[in-house]
Design a binder for this molecule. Structure first.
Ligand SMILES: *Cc1c(COP(=O)(O)O)cnc(C)c1O
Length: 427
């Protein structure tokens, strides 16, 4: 029995079945682009722990900052006895997020918690209750965020009833909406909102600037800006969920910058702290400060070790220009995938931005999703030591999320494996 098999046996007897894992190998250590398992096998990491370890795993500056902090103090609770690093992370968030207006931030533990709090703030500030989300959207697994999330399996099945006053509008998804331009797709969503909910009842629109779990869906140009404009005109809080897209992943600090939109609130998590659990809500001071003292918080939110890791991650992103690195990685991946797409009619589309790139697989000559082939290629990649992830409402999208510090040699070795996996499965 391999070491991983032994661990797997222990896991099956101890860990709840509802927690899944992409691979059956167990991790010994990880770096800026590879993972070594407990049997000494090396994996090329195209997952980054779901877009989390953008600065690399165990990144040197993060390790040093965490060490320094863990020896000074591990927790006081910011709501009990505050400390500087929490304030410093909020200052960084206020500075780095789009929007030239006065901002405030609040820190939490997970992406779902950040989204929940953004909705709380928007409802409080507007006195309205309805929240608009989009087809294929993903916002988390807590009760409110399950309601905000579109896909039933595996996220919602059997876990209802869900929170009320959540409404789902059509997304802009060129491959599957007949190629509607952004303005037209936005009008379609706005018509639905106006006729079925009423603008005056809407507290917030919550949208991922590029959808993550839903399939790396990039809305047509003009879609987000038209929605943001409508929200502003109607007193609706525009919340950009940048939990997956934020912190250099798409080649800018935040994906909202690409369309020059200035969201009223932005939620962040994943890439923010080099793997430590931290999340934030950042936005207009008048919205954030509308809530009474004590109305926001949590025992662990903005934990000092996570804050130290975030400050070191942000320093690393600046020092190594990881936004630029994301654009470079993206162009290497896109070039290789385009060659692949020319050979394999199963690839309907290569899309994404920066180091957030995906291919959507279909039955050749149609747009019918092809989850079977997607799963087979995914397995072939894993067998050959490349850690890949799938996503998409129909489970037919391959997504590539390497750490932004991955070197070109490792990246190309990973893409070679992918290339062979396609050839093997589709031969
Ligand atoms: C991952 C993700 C979340 C949820 O974050 P958790 O930390 O898993 O709670 C919310 N929104 C988006 C866009 C995400 O990608």
């Amino acid at each position: 029995m391999s070491n991983s098999e032994k661990l797997h046996a222990r896991r099956s007897a101890a860990v709840a079945r509802g927690i899944g894992s992409t691979i059956t190998s167990y991790v010994e250590r990880a770096s800026g682009g590879t993972i070594t398992d407990v049997d000494g096998r090396e994996w090329i990491d195209f997952a980054a722990g779901i877009a989390v370890t953008s600065v690399g795993n165990a990144a040197p500056m993060v390790v040093a900052a965490v060490r320094e902090q863990v020896e000074r103090f591990t927790h006081t609770c910011f709501m009990v006895a505050p400390y500087e690093s929490y304030v410093a992370v909020c200052e960084q968030l206020n500075e780095l997020t789009p929007g030239s207006f006065e901002k405030r931030s609040a820190l939490f533990n997970s992406g779902a918690e950040a989204v929940e709090n953004a909705v709380k703030i928007a409802r409080y500030a507007t006195g309205r209750s309805a929240v608009v989300v989009f087809d294929h959207g993903y916002h988390g697994r807590t009760n409110l965020t399950m309601a905000l999330t579109a896909k039933v399996m595996p996220y919602k099945q059997g876990f209802g009833p869900f929170a009320p006053e959540i409404y789902r509008a059509p997304m802009s998804y060129a491959l599957r909406d007949g190629g509607l331009d952004g303005k037209t797709a936005a009008s379609r969503a706005i018509d639905m909102i106006s006729s079925q909910i009423g603008a005056a009842n809407v507290a917030a629109i919550v949208i991922e600037p590029i959808q993550g779990e839903g399939g790396f869906i990039v809305p047509a140009p003009g879609f987000l800006s038209a929605l943001a404009e409508w929200a502003r005109a109607n007193g609706v809080v525009f919340i950009a969920d940048e939990i997956q897209t934020g912190f250099c992943r798409t080649g800018d600090w935040f994906a909202s910058e690409h369309e020059r939109i200035e969201p009223d609130l932005i939620t962040t998590a994943k890439g923010i702290a080099g793997g430590l659990p931290l999340a934030g809500v950042t936005g207009r001071a008048e919205l954030m400060d509308s809530v009474h003292v004590g109305g926001l918080g949590g025992t662990y939110g903005g934990n000092p070790i996570a804050c130290a890791a975030a400050l070191a991650s942000i320093d690393t992103m600046r020092a190594h220009n990881l936004a630029g690195a994301a654009r470079r990685i993206g162009s290497v991946i896109t070039d290789r995938l385009s060659l692949l797409a020319a050979r394999h009619p199963e690839i309907a589309e290569v899309r994404g931005r920066g180091a957030m790139i995906a291919v959507e697989l279909v039955e050749p000559g149609t747009i019918n999703p092809n989850p079977t082939v997607t799963a087979a290629i995914n397995r072939a990649c894993h067998e050959a030591g490349l850690l890949t992830l799938t996503c998409g409402t129909y489970g037919n999208v391959f997504r590539f999320l390497p750490p932004l510090v991955m070197d070109d040699e490792t990246l190309n070795r990973g893409l070679d494996i992918l290339d062979s996996a396609f050839a093997r499965v589709l031969a």
